[in-house]
Design a protein around this ligand. Sequence first.
Ligand SMILES: NC(=O)c1ccc[n+]([C@@H]2O[C@H](COP(=O)([O-])OP(=O)(O)OC[C@H]3O[C@@H](n4cnc5c(N)ncnc54)[C@H](OP(=O)(O)O)[C@@H]3O)[C@@H](O)[C@H]2O)c1
Length: 277
Amino acid sequence: MKLLGTSLGKEAWILSVTALIIAAALVYFDDSAPSEYTSMAEDMKTLEDNFRLQNKSCFILGASGETGRLLLQELLERSIFSKITLIGRRQLTFEGKANDDLLQEVVDFEKLDDYADAFKGHDVGYCCLGTTRAKAGADGFVRVDHDYVLKSAELAKAGGCTHFHLESSRGADKNSNFLYLKVKGQVEAEIESLGFERFAIYRPGVLLVDRRESRPGEWLARKFFGAVSAVCSTSMSIPIQMVAKAMASNTLLQPEQKTEILENKDIISLGKVKGNK
Ligand SMILES: NC(=O)c1ccc[n+]([C@@H]2O[C@H](COP(=O)([O-])OP(=O)(O)OC[C@H]3O[C@@H](n4cnc5c(N)ncnc54)[C@H](OP(=O)(O)O)[C@@H]3O)[C@@H](O)[C@H]2O)c1
């Protein structure tokens, strides 16, 4: 018994030290810079009212996905656009009363040029499109997360969109050795060069969401970061609702720079701004 107790004690000690090291590493690698949004005391309600008066329209790419559907909900609840168009590869059905301000355009992403009209006449565009390498293979991932996204941005720009929002990823870097981060960084840079009047890049960490689709690797990461974020705030993960809220709130703001990069902590901070639902 004594022996067992000693060995369990050792294991517990090793586990505690490991957990401490991981926690310390997370704190060390956390973005320590204070977010510019934490002190933002503007009245969201007034901003929403003013924006609404401008009768703007928008489109959402990826509204069938986890972030996209929450963004759609957020925009419908706030009612800041006079028209919302969902652009996707399939028709979506919604429960309850049909929303007259909601339109759908079903497109073939392999022939997007043939669907240029779908991208015409929107003031604001939101892109929550994406797949995974596990699901689509390396080439398929590049096709969706780079080619489809860039082409959509090009058509949106040509169609008169002035403000483009891109859900990218934490660590996006066009010079990265990791395909995922490299592709995300490349598409960010290429869209920036299109010259939108405003280009907002969101770089969330691991999205904390009970995903409808099964993704075992991501599930593990979510469980880990979900547990860690319950203890301390980290730049590595984010409740997915925060991303949708931040994208909606940021639409109402007028930043000085044409291109803004919102890192994980900025998104959390903006997602929490008073006045948000
Ligand atoms: N998962 C994370 O933890 C994480 C972290 C940081 C950033 N991100 C990035 O955030 C973005 C949104 O992520 P999410 O998890 O909310 O997305 P999601 O739930 O996987 O939804 C992806 C959307 O893209 C569409 N899509 C996928 N493959 C397509 C294809 N071949 N052709 C046309 N449309 C296609 C889907 O349409 P269908 O419904 O028709 O398939 C869906 O609307 C992605 O770019 C992702 O890389 C994710």
